[in-house]
Design a protein around this ligand. Sequence first.
Ligand SMILES: [Zn+2]
Length: 289
Amino acid sequence: MSASGSKARTVSAREGASFEVLPGRADRGLVILCDHASNAMPAEYGTLGLPEEQLKRHIAYDIGVEPITRALSAALGAPAVLSRFSRLLIDPNRGRDDPTLIMRLSDGAVVPGNRKLDAAEREKRARLFYDPYHAAISAVIDQCVATGVSPVLLSIHSFTESWKEFTRPWHVGILWDSDPRLARPLLDEFYAQADLIVGDNEPYSGHLIGDCLWQHGTSRGLPNAIVEIRQDLIREASGQAAWTERLIQVMQKILGTERTPVHSLAATNGTGQAIVEPAAARQGARLER
Ligand SMILES: [Zn+2]
């Protein structure tokens, strides 16, 4: 931060029961999101009736993404917002009215504590966990926008190396909906890395109305994309460090001045409508994104 910068140009660290804000420059042009950072369960919910080991699986959170988000935020000087509760409690990357907001069954595991939920309990979880997380994101974005530099939203997720019988070949996937401004340069940068198999809206589509980026990116007109990293590559610290470094390099290029700034890229393609037909929704895809 420059000496002339005002306090408002720094997003401060902040914590709530359901979220954590990592500090960064409000005028950095980037907000990092990590919806599935944690497998933590509030004490009153125990394990939702699941065996303890189920909470260590991908059904409870995105393996490997929390340390990457922290390191990326620090390296780029960009604010980040992480969730502090398991997606099994309530999934922050779903619309508030989405039927998969609270999963009764996830990748073969029945979630006993979610089987018989009345409206009051659903509302309680939304009010105590889901809403404050999204309010924190909105507040960070508001502060960034107030500097005059609109941020791009980069959401960090991980996916399982196989789904049902299918072994997923991609090392990384870029998920996006209708706005190519961040997704296209991300795809280009990863395509340029010869050792990677890169998915364009694989292993599933970024078109999900009501999801986190739809709420905070699409609906506000901010460039946005999800980076999905295959979880076996980032289960250990060494892989997390390697992928953090890849993301640092990629995002520095995208945010830097040596190429077209992301904000000046056309939001639409030559036909005027940059709608990518999402890859066919795969059975079960919504269960674990
Ligand atoms: Zn995820």
